[in-house]
Design a protein. Sequence first.
Length: 532
Amino acid sequence: MRDKYDVVIVGAGLSGMYQLIKLRELGMNIRVLEMGSDVGGTWYWNRYPGARFDSESYSYGMSFSKELLQEWEWSEHFSAQPETLRYCGFISEKFDLSRDIEFNTRVTGAHYEEARNIWQVITEDKIYECRFLITAVGVFSVPTWPEIEGINDFQGEAWHTARWPHHPVDFFGKRVAVIGTGATGVQVIPEVAKTAGTLTVFQRRPNYCLPLGNRPITEEEQADIKGRYDEIFAQCASTTGSFLHGSDPRSALSVSDEEREATFGRLYNMPGFALWLGNFRDCGTDQEANDFVSEFVRRKISERVNDLELAEKLIPLDHGFGTRRVPMESGYYEVYNKDNVRLIDLMATPFQRITKAGIETTGENFDFDLIIYATGFDAIVGSFRNMDIQGRKGAKLKDYWEDGPVTYLGVQVPGFPNLLTLVGPQNASTFCNIPRCIEQNVEWVSDLMAHMMAQGYERVEAAQTAAEAWVEHSEQMVAMTLIPNTDSWFMNVNQNLPEKKRTFLAYAGGAPRYKQKCDEVSAAGYTGFDFA
Ligand code: NAP
């Protein structure tokens, strides 16, 4: 006997949890399948020291329940991972979610059976049947390890930040290596440097990192935040990235040098993504404007690192500020002023191999007790590639997406009826303050379900033409930015994986435009979707 449900949701992170809450309201019979042993998704897996929000905590929390907003208190402006994981648990308990979630359950595939209009969802233990399959698999769920010869030979301790153990890892007095200086690397590095005997950071391409500006939330601020949630979320809804930081309508080229410099300085000293997202409107779209801000951040980096030669290695010259994800840091650059910390520039001396005792580069051999891989993810599409998803006539999703994802509104795929992809590729969620867009996505999908129930429909499928138009629109949006000028996960580039088509994976038109497009489609009776 197979377990039968109206809906199977894959993943119990924030999107899966909220989707469960919303679909329960429709009286649907739902099962959530979660690989981890608890809720929390990204906050469950990424429990490395230093992991914390880059979004202001009160702009990140879920807004759908006023009661939840009043009951939960963030202790810091940028909450650390343990608190955020507790928050996810708090939501689960408050809404009694775990009775519908199966933990430690990895979905390996899902096959659509056309004759019965059902999905068979395959896990390691059993097969579930459902009418609707909703993926809530997150953006960064498939970690990637570097392709270095001998990676399994190392006999010391080794952890990927996204598969960090549930027990504490002791760095005290140890010889520690960190590989990777992305958003994760720059969070973990200062934490390790506090107690490690020696810390050696292996950097390939440097990034433009900004000070996070975290601090505790005072009692007065707590009261103020709780009284202003409507205003906070309205502000988020008005900005491109659904953050508190909306761009300055002026062009960086329209102001004097003094004014521009003063603006950059003010934004640099503000907490969070202010300099990236609250800057002159053309810093992300016009090369000349971008050159100004890139040069400003380069100067800031060199001011914070005592050794000028070392500072030069930390300064990016190969891309412009904000064209890759900007890592947020707390004392990252100052770490390199400590005697026990070294930076190895892999551009000058690349890896040769990993050995039993440590790491060999073309310049030097290193012995380590512990290697930390902060080497990133098969972003956005990795989870879809890892599952054998088959639609009509056994067509495989990974083949259909071989040349890049094809979706309609980032939530549906032609040829894969009743499959809905929350926070999927070409969806604004993957490029914004995620919970804000999760709420939009989940509510829109729930309205679609309600519409189908009201109309007596049992199948929904995006039309090929609608999807092609969406892909074209997405490409037009990103082409207006400087993002395609450099390699990053934004552009589907991960050198630890077989080469994939260089294509933008998210939606660069901004969350308000995305929401407007979704709302127009639903208001017009779900144009671009075929129902049966
Ligand atoms: P990432 O941005 O992809 O960075 C991976 C790092 O590892 C890069 O420095 C990369 O160098 C390096 N690397 C990868 N393979 C390597 C190899 N074979 N040899 C040498 N170096 C190698 O991954 P991430 O830092 O985990 O961040 C991923 C995303 O997660 C972020 O962009 C962000 O959206 C999200 N994140 C969010 C938060 C937050 O909100 N607080 C925190 C952490 C992460 P190259 O640059 O040269 O490839």
